[in-house]
Design a protein around this ligand. Structure first.
Ligand SMILES: Cc1ncc(COP(=O)(O)O)c(C=O)c1O
Length: 397
């Protein structure tokens, strides 16, 4: 059994704060500052450029990829870290499209994160007007998987509502019509068990700054199924994905397997922070995590529905149909969230009216949930959110 008291003790959380936003940015692993300091002083400071070899900086993106791979059910040697998630979406989508040269349609849904849709639009502008991004309602995706689809590109867990797509079923449907899949695991990796290999996913991408707790600006990751790894051609053909980067050839030749999904210089300082977060993940069983996450989310929903009649559940009620977050709709949700944050309960807000709460068993327990419910119900009952300072919108919501 995973020891959640031990994982909670492995994070530095500010005194008096109940942090329900680990679905957006995970907290600081206690071991991160010392590891980063050591990286800066002993590796960068002392080894200078020799650190690429002597401190293993160049191997780090693949090593970290394998540790993330365990959490998403990937085969060893098939996950690469680096860049940002938007870049990895572009990379996966471009490669998947090239593997289906006779088709022109990308199918996605309007619950997908906007950046994924924007990246697809940008890619299409480069490829030509014969390409199409077809965006449908999430509930109808299965009905729109037709034999003109080249790539099904979906985010498994909806960033606003937490609604969970059935990765196994939709991947099977896509394959049945000859389409490939690109799964965005931004709200899945570290939130619930994922089995990309078992589901037969072709490509998967995700970030490490949310549930994985790698820190602001932590690198993204990409998974390429073994059957594609040797023939997926990278559109972002950077020098470190080259077969022999230090031969400095003028022509691009893709590196072996997942190595070709590197683009440029890896973010070494960020990787040191991510390493300490993954040390905590090494002690976590994903099935234990899922059971605890469902329990916490159910407890929060029951508490809020019993005490806050003005809030409407925006997430699926069935825990099995949800990721690890719960959302409620409220017309003055922005102000209510600011009032909550002022009382030490940190969640976030997504336009137009969604109050989002992430439940992360690594450092949130039942007592935290009860305390958060009590504060939220007090704010709603007393309308203490109804103050001008809570209605002034900041740049990041
Ligand atoms: C589902 C999803 N995809 C893509 C992104 C964009 O990620 P990045 O800003 O790291 O490129 C996000 C960011 O939150 C996201 O939630």
């Amino acid at each position: 059994m995973t020891d959640f008291a031990a994982t909670k003790a492995a994070f530095d959380l500010p005194e008096g704060v109940i942090y329900l936003d680990g679905n957006s940015l995970g907290p600081l692993p206690s071991a991160a500052p010392a590891r980063i300091e050591q990286m800066l002083r002993d590796e960068w400071g002392q080894k200078l450029i020799t650190g690429w070899n002597a401190a293993g900086w160049m191997q780090q993106p693949l090593k970290l990829g394998d540790r993330i791979g365990r959490l998403i059910g990937a085969e060893k040697g098939h996950v690469m870290t680096g860049d940002t998630l938007s870049i990895k979406v572009y990379q996966a989508l471009a490669s998947a499209l090239e593997l289906r040269p006779d088709r022109r349609v990308i199918l996605s849904d309007n619950g997908n994160f906007p950046s994924d849709l924007y990246m697809a639009e940008g890619l299409i502008r480069t490829l030509g007007p014969e390409y199409e991004l077809r965006v449908v309602d999430p509930e109808t995706v299965g009905d729109h998987i037709t034999d003109d689809i080249a790539v099904l590109m979906l985010t498994e867990v909806d960033y606003r509502t937490g609604r969970l797509h059935d990765m196994v079923d939709l991947t099977r449907k896509a394959h049945a019509v000859g389409a490939l899949t690109v799964w965005d695991l931004a709200h899945s990796a570290g939130a619930l068990p994922v089995d990309v290999a078992g589901a037969g996913a072709d490509f998967a991408v995700g970030c490490t700054y949310k549930y994985l707790n790698g820190g602001p600006g932590a690198p993204a990751f990409i998974y390429v199924a073994p059957r594609h790894a040797g023939n997926a051609r990278p559109a972002l053909s950077g020098w470190l994905g080259h077969q022999a980067p230090f031969a400095f050839d003028t022509d691009y030749r893709p590196g072996p397997g997942i190595e070709r999904m590197r683009v440029g210089t890896p973010p070494v300082i960020q990787m040191a922070a991510l390493e300490t977060a993954l040390d905590i993940w090494d002690s976590v069983d994903m099935n234990d995590l899922r059971a605890r996450s469902m329990e916490l989310c159910d407890r929060f929903i029951a508490g809020v529905e019993a005490t806050c009649p003005d809030l409407t559940l925006a997430s699926p009620r069935d825990a099995a149909a949800r990721g690890s977050q719960v959302s409620f709709r409220f017309a003055e949700g922005y102000a209510a969230m600011q009032a909550l944050i002022a009382r030490g309960v940190i969640g976030d807000f997504r336009a137009p009216d969604v109050m989002r709460f992430g439940f992360t068993p690594l450092y949130i327990d039942g007592d935290d949930v009860d305390a958060a419910v009590a504060i939220l119900s007090d704010i709603m009952a007393t309308r203490s959110w109804d103050r001008p300072e809570f209605k002034r919108r900041a740049a990041v919501t």
